[in-house]
Design a protein around this ligand. Structure first.
Ligand code: HEM
Length: 272
């Protein structure tokens, strides 16, 4: 009985348990963003998926750049699994599939996504011990729901193969559940002061919020405006420079979204 009690007490102080508890409410909110509700209804559209890919690319580029740069930092090394988890290359091949060989000129970066990327780069420079909060939020989330979301995407978009969906699959992870266990134990091995631990928990809440904002802004403005006009021509911002940014004010964003949609009808007929 004593042993069991000790184990329970130990679990309560484990980072993996604490981070899950600290972000429980945020997870519920993340499940209920419009994009995730579309997913749960099996109604994801090509436009939504393409914009999601653009955002994920920006986010993972920042996350993985910072993880690579801090790979030997004591709070990063235990959870550094580039071979198993890296998503940048798979996102690049998915982007090429949906946007064509000129995809680099076509990716867009909504303002909320840009803020997320900036936050990742800032903590990579200033507080690498907080990277675990972001790596947990993205990678454990992807390992938890990825394959189901991959199947829903394939079905919703009527894709005949898994081409364009490599983001969802982790070929070097044979059992996502076992890998999640390993990941949790590595998280728990990171030595953090109480102050640092509190900061990691706070950052994880922020990481969920950044994900929620990315999903909602995308739905409310850029995607909606584009979808209304022409689904087929979505996201083909031929005249945009790489990593163009959609402004964050709702009215400006809606207007810009609408203008982009109208302009896209003109130039985009031949693009997809
Ligand atoms: C349709 C929306 C979603 C559904 C249905 C969903 C569902 C789930 C499920 C069933 C688990 C496994 C829980 C467990 O093993 O105890 C999970 C874990 C997780 N999800 Fe989600 N999820 C969604 C969206 C998200 C989003 C948007 C994020 C953040 C970007 C996220 C982050 C996570 C994380 C970090 C975990 C690991 C929790 C842990 O074991 O500590 N999820 N999710």
């Amino acid at each position: 009985l004593k042993k069991k009690k000790k184990k329970n007490q130990q679990q309560k102080t484990d980072l993996s348990e604490q981070i899950k508890a600290a972000t429980k409410d945020n997870h519920v909110r993340a499940e209920n963003t419009q994009l995730m509700l579309s997913y749960q209804k099996g109604e994801i559209t090509l436009v939504q998926y393409k914009v999601l890919l653009c955002s994920l690319y920006e986010i993972y580029r920042a996350l993985e750049d910072e993880m690579d740069r801090n790979a030997s930092h004591p709070a990063v090394a235990p959870i550094y699994f580039p071979q198993e988890l890296s998503r940048v290359e798979s996102l690049e091949s998915d982007l090429e599939h949906f946007f064509g060989s000129e995809w680099r000129k076509r990716v867009i970066v909504p303002a909320a996504t840009q803020r997320y990327g900036q936050r990742l780069r800032q903590i990579g420079r200033e507080n690498p011990e907080l990277l675990v909060a972001h790596a947990y939020t993205r990678y454990l989330g992807d390992l938890s729901g990825g394959q189901v979301l991959g199947k829903i995407t394939q079905k919703s978009l009527g894709l005949s193969s898994k081409e364009g969906l490599s983001f969802f699959y982790f070929p070097s992870v044979s059992s996502p559940n076992r890998f999640k266990q390993l990941y949790r134990s590595r998280m728990n091995s990171i030595e953090l002061t109480e102050k640092e631990k509190a900061a990691v928990l706070e950052e994880a809440v922020q990481a969920f919020e950044l994900n929620i904002q990315v999903r909602d802004l995308r739905m409310n403005f850029s995607v909606q405006a584009l979808t209304k006009n022409d689904t087929k021509n979505c996201s083909t911002h031929k005249d945009r420079s790489p990593a163009a940014v959609l402004p964050s004010s709702p009215i400006v964003q809606f207007t810009v979204g609408l203008c982009v949609a109208l302009a896209t009808i003109g130039v985009g007929m031949y693009a997809l």
